[in-house]
Design a protein around this ligand. Structure first.
Ligand code: MF3
Ligand code: CO
Length: 251
């Protein structure tokens, strides 16, 4: 495993990529309302990214057809925007990656559509908080597994489950670089644990659910859903490891 460390010059470029991602997600929060289709969101966010001089990196990645992922309710990740209209009570995960000047930033949020159930509200809150707590563990000389452990312990302490089939990742010139960042601790992770070093860039992305963590991919070959079709949420930030903490690039 080779975890590349970014120079100050590279980090500065990734900040620009991150700002475009953050702007796009802020726009998603504004426009994701009842009766808006996920395709509408894709169109608007794609236009925003291009106008800012960015490239939506998901489009064409392994044949992925759109610029963003929109995953509704039991959909965990990689939902494909289409004519489906959002409904009051839905939760919508929006995931977007942007390349700017050859470097990538990647982030996701889950948005409540109108009034949502108490179960959904608490799912979103725990997911976002698990990301914040994980970012607090990021600092030079801390271990990669501390990120995973912090997410798993917090989420499970709230009676929720952590998805195991998909992970966070290193990021830089490529959207996916070493290391993988699982949202749970395993023997494999501990065996291959890494010390975080200043300049490493990480996309940390807890995906959590109300029921069991088993997943299934729909017939479209992309959309990942919970097997039990219970609700799932996803929050993600791209961060860079600093001497005494983390800098979040996607805010
Ligand atoms: N944010 C996702 C990830 O980190 C990427 C979406 S996959 C794509 O894996 F195919 F849609 F690009
Ligand atoms: Co990602």
């Amino acid at each position: 495993m080779v975890i590349k460390r970014k120079s100050d010059r590279e980090i500065e470029i990734m900040r620009s990529a991150g700002r475009i991602v953050a702007g796009a997600l802020a726009m998603a929060r504004e426009i994701a309302k009842e009766n808006v289709s996920t395709e509408d969101l894709n169109t608007r966010l794609e236009r925003y990214v291009l106008q800012k001089g960015g490239i939506p990196v998901f489009k064409g990645y392994r044949g992925y057809p759109k610029s963003i992922c929109t995953s509704v309710n039991e959909e965990i990740v990689h939902g494909i925007p289409d004519q489906r209209k959002l409904r009051i009570g839905d939760i919508l995960s929006v995931d977007i990656g942007v390349e700017f000047n050859k470097y990538v930033a990647d982030a996701a949020i889950t948005i409540p559509i109108g009034e949502i159930s108490e179960e959904a509200r608490s799912l979103l809150q725990v997911c976002e908080e698990s990301l914040n707590k994980a970012i607090e563990k990021v600092s030079a000389n801390n271990k990669l597994s501390e990120i995973s452990r912090s997410i798993q312990e917090y989420v499970e302490s709230k009676g929720l489950s952590v998805i195991r089939d998909y992970t966070g990742h290193g990021i830089g010139r490529q959207m996916h670089e070493d290391p993988q960042i699982p949202n749970f601790v395993s023997k494999e992770l501990l065996r291959a644990d890494e010390i975080l070093l200043q300049g490493m860039a990480l996309a940390i992305e807890p995906m959590i659910c109300v029921g069991k963590y088993d997943t299934e991919v729909l017939k479209n070959k992309w959309t990942v859903v919970t097997k039990d079709r219970k609700l799932s949420a996803h929050f993600e930030h791209t961060v860079v490891v600093t001497e005494n903490g983390a800098e979040i690039l996607t805010i």
